[in-house]
Design a protein around this ligand. Structure first.
Ligand code: SF4
Length: 433
């Protein structure tokens, strides 16, 4: 058993016409097929009304999906299920995950239709909600009480540095998030495992944000996902018959800034959906100037999504943005110090090479970004193993990259040290080094 979902798609070395980035005019979602009436709104699962049994439901599109609903049930990442001991298996070069990601679950599923997302509404045509892949992995469903029981038994020895409730777009999402948070904080010390909220801005109000803070949530994040209003509208708004709106997302982000305060809010951004590097790094800077952080994802063509025909983000584009984001978020560098070419690509990071070398060689810039854990402020608890790439070509490192990994990163950035050239495939050979 492994958490690594077989997937043929590989990140491109270069995109269209040998470009080393994914341009706007290429990254166009495909149209979704019509959903038959008998498959809408979880009708199949609700009409079968199959009771769940056992301590975990493992996604399987070949058996009847039981009727499971939040707040009694939540879905958890495969990595979290392994870390909790609810599933067997090992992850490539990771012993566990440090973030317990909970995803609300309903037979009706998420009512939005974001083009890059495996949970999107159009998928009800071919797959029940609890069986859908999301950020490349399966999400087993488990009773919330069972999860809380396991974590509370571990006490201070828990492997988790953080828990995160991922809201989806559903009419019950706010109330059920309150219930899950109340249950959690009733049993788990909030300093031992602080809680983040990955919000659903579309249906939320400022009062909801306030309530979550007062109930003990530590960090509040907004999944902007798209770096520009045009890409937002094309991938998760009117372009794909989805309800989201850029302005509303920013309203909730600003509410989070007011209510949760400095360093306690952030935004998710997917890199490589057609924005320029200047676009995305300008957004990162805007969020830093507001007092928040950016949590980055490398675009990957999720199987079954409306963008599954498109190229994953070329590694050099991704590495430049990862490094630029880290410099802005944690090193005080500003976009105006950087130089960009006519295509908006970073051509100079605005730091002397010696200083840049020290930052690259620490490797933190290339690790998964997200809410902090207990190791350091700039090391994310949310390591999302292989959520944005296959392990054969890692985008976000869920572990500290070793010397061979960093030679590969430098090779991808085209700033190899002459004395330490990258040798093709060496990162796998020395994987345990
Ligand atoms: S709102 Fe979130 S879960 Fe729903 S389709 Fe969009 S990205 Fe996926």
């Amino acid at each position: 058993m492994t958490c690594l979902k077989p997937h043929d798609a590989q990140p491109a070395e270069t995109a269209k016409e040998n470009l080393d980035y994914n341009p706007f005019d290429v990254m166009i979602p495909r149209a979704s097929a019509a959903v038959p009436a008998q498959a809408r709104n979880g009708a199949k699962v609700k009409s079968r009304n199959q009771a769940p049994h056992g301590r975990v439901y493992l996604p399987n599109n070949n058996i009847l999906t039981p009727l499971m609903r939040s707040p009694d049930y939540v879905q958890i990442s495969t990595a979290a299920a392994m870390t909790l001991g609810l599933m067997p298996g090992r992850m490539y070069r990771c012993s566990c995950t440090r973030c317990l990601n909970l995803l609300l679950t309903y037979p009706e599923g998420c009512r939005a239709n974001c083009a890059y997302c495996g949970l999107a509404r159009h998928r009800e045509a071919d797959r029940d909600y609890a069986d859908r892949n999301f950020i490349r992995v399966d999400w087993p469903a488990v009773p919330i009480d069972r999860i809380i029981e396991i974590v509370s038994q571990d006490g201070a020895a828990t492997p988790f540095h953080r828990m995160c409730i991922s809201m989806i777009t559903h009419p019950r999402s706010e109330d059920d998030t309150f219930t899950v948070l109340r249950k959690w904080t009733g049993r788990i010390d909030r300093d031992t495992v602080p809680v983040s909220i990955l919000s659903n801005a579309t249906t939320m109000t400022r009062t909801d944000v306030l309530k979550l803070r007062d109930m003990g949530a530590d960090i509040f994040t907004v999944a902007l996902d798209a770096a520009t209003p045009e890409i937002f509208d094309r991938t998760r708004g009117k372009g794909v018959q989805s309800p989201h709106n850029w302005k509303k997302y920013w309203e909730i982000l600003m509410d989070a800034r007011d209510i949760f305060g400095d360093q306690k809010f952030g935004a998710h951004i997917i890199v490589g959906m057609g924005e320029t590097e200047h676009d995305v790094l300008s957004l990162v800077q805007r969020i830093v100037e507001l007092g928040g952080h950016s949590h980055m994802f490398c675009f990957f063509p999720e199987k079954g999504s409306l963008m599954d025909h498109l190229p994953a983000t070329p590694r050099d584009q991704w590495r430049r943005v990862q490094l630029g984001r880290y410099l802005i978020d944690y090193c005080g560098v500003r976009v105006r110090q950087m130089t960009f070419d006519e295509a908006g690509r970073v051509s100079d990071f605005g730091l002397p090479q010696g200083e840049l070398d020290v930052i690259i060689d620490s490797g933190i810039a290339f690790r998964t970004s997200g809410c902090p854990g207990k190791f350091a402020e700039d090391i994310s608890a949310c390591d999302r193993p292989y959520g944005d790439s296959p392990p054969s070509n890692i985008a976000s490192y869920p572990f500290p990259p070793n010397a061979a990994d960093l030679r590969l990163v430098r090779h991808q950035l085209r700033i190899e040290k002459p004395s330490e050239p990258y040798v093709q495939g060496e990162e796998h050979e020395f994987a345990e080094g």
